[in-house]
Design a protein. Structure first.
Length: 91
């Protein structure tokens, strides 16, 4: 499953579990307008770390946080690419 599909799937699962109605999950959706509160976002990040095996927020020196869903997904995709590069260099 792609990083994008994993992120979307986890968002939908969290929303379903909390009976939260989601707007269309488009790249330009502002995370603050997604219907997920700060606890749900924290759960999302924890679940993604468990599922993907990394947390880009702890790996990044960048202090700018993603604003839109597209930014969030690209942030994870970039981190996934870096993790893959790092693991190939360790071999």
């Amino acid at each position: 499953m792609s990083v994008k599909a994993t992120v979307i799937s986890q968002i939908q699962q969290i929303a379903d579990h909390s009976s939260t109605s989601l707007p269309p999950l488009t790249d330009d959706l502002v995370l603050l307008d997604s219907g997920l509160d700060s606890l749900a976002i924290a759960i999302l990040v924890a679940r993604l770390e468990e599922t993907l095996g990394f947390d880009p927020f702890t790996q990044s020196d960048d202090t700018a946080y993603p604003v839109t869903l597209g930014d969030f997904i690209r942030f994870y995709e970039h981190a996934a690419a870096c993790v893959d590069v790092d693991s190939r260099h360790a071999s």
